[in-house]
Design a protein around this ligand. Structure first.
Ligand code: ZN
Length: 187
């Protein structure tokens, strides 16, 4: 278990997420694993970051969500990630404790190595329990290019399903549309 990088705290908060966005479970009890996903908009010229959306979801709710994704999309995503050599080698090194330091990992796209400072949008994902990060699951960053690639391989059915989730929990502000299109799911 590692300390949670502050990037994975709620925006402008000094403490980790405390609640599952879907079922309201108290995550601070440390009884259940959870995931945090954030979509960040970055003004490249001024290096000012805005959070488009962010949430924590408990592992049970994440599993439910995954079950709503079509088999085809799931298989496509798995194939996509397993064909990303840089990504897979980073994960392997991380699991063996030989990966890059966390701050280095979180400074660039995990698939294409583009620095986050040069991207106008990206997503961050991580795996936690209570106030700790699970050491064996590599937190990762998906830049705009990776999100575009992902959205291309997902079925319309899956994208509809994700949009339903988005509308239910985030009220569907317009600025989400772009970032949500390639929403990845923890595998
Ligand atoms: Zn939940």
């Amino acid at each position: 278990m590692l300390d949670i990088p502050e990037e994975f705290y709620p925006f402008e908060s000094t403490e980790p997420f405390k609640e599952c966005k879907v079922c309201g479970l108290d995550l601070s009890l440390g009884t259940t694993d959870y995931f945090v996903e954030k979509a960040v908009k970055n003004n490249i010229a001024y290096q000012v970051k805005d959070i488009v959306f962010e949430y924590a979801i408990c592992s049970a709710c994440a599993q439910n969500m995954q079950q709503s994704i079509s088999k085809e999309s799931m298989q496509n995503m798995q194939a996509f990630f397993s064909n990303q050599q840089l990504f897979m080698s980073k994960i392997q090194a991380h699991q063996q404790g030989e990966g890059e330091p966390i701050e280095e990992l979180l400074s660039k796209c995990s698939l294409h190595n583009e620095p986050i400072t040069e991207m106008s949008e990206y997503m961050m994902l991580g795996h936690f329990r209570g106030d700790k990060m699970i050491a064996t699951t590599m937190p990762y960053i998906l830049g705009g290019r990776a999100m575009d690639q992902l959205s291309e391989i997902m079925s319309n059915e899956t994208i509809d399903e994700m949009n339903r989730f988005k509308n239910e929990y985030f009220g569907g502000p317009v600025e989400l549309e772009d970032l949500w299109k390639g929403k990845p799911v923890f595998l």
